[in-house]
Design a protein around this ligand. Sequence first.
Ligand code: SAH
Length: 227
Amino acid sequence: MRLGLGGEFAEQRAWMVEHQLRRRGIGDERVLEAMGAVPRERFVPERYRRRAYADSALPIGEGQTISQPWIVAAICEALELEGLERVLEIGTGSGYSAAVLARLAGEVITIERVEELARTARELIAEMGIANVEVVVGDGSEGLPERAPFDSIAVHAAAPAPPRQLIDELALGGRLVIPIATDAADMLTVFSRIGESVDPTTGEGLKREVIGPCRFVPLIGAEGFPE
Ligand code: SAH
């Protein structure tokens, strides 16, 4: 029975990679491989497990969600990872995106503000034998200055503006992928650090590329939205 179910999930996962990701423009083979390898059903609460590979976000408790597969893939692709990077992730949630990033980078440090979610994700990641992910509880809008610089930073919640602190923690050449909230939609945006000195108000030292509109939960914290 268990085997049968596992097989069914593997099939759904392969279908998800082809139909939800590759056909909708995700082209990075490493990202497609990672999305095809991580068992998303393990990160979804029992009662939503049948819908683990649906083309949508799903509730994970504490009023939060596991992101739609396409969003996770789009963020990972935008980071342009090659395999050895140190990545900072903000918004661990279920731990799913951290498990995907773990296959794409050398080391992942992921921050979650809700302690209960962080604990569940940490346990699951350990149980799955993923050794290069560290889950930290805290306000990720301020990053993790004591561990900076990071080659890449991925934010899974929408911010009012790119947090100054996160840009400061980016290595030269590094990429920050973050949804920026506007009146119309959250715009998934990449900020690349192209200069030693950066002025976020003038945009000096930063390159900005918009990937497209999407929907995220709010980033809550010092450089995010108020609670
Ligand atoms: N990447 C997750 C989905 C994250 S949803 C997954 O794959 O399951 C966004 C998460 O960001 C939520 O769990 C929310 O609690 C968290 N969050 C919001 N503001 C935060 C902040 N300032 N620091 C850290 N986590 C934050």
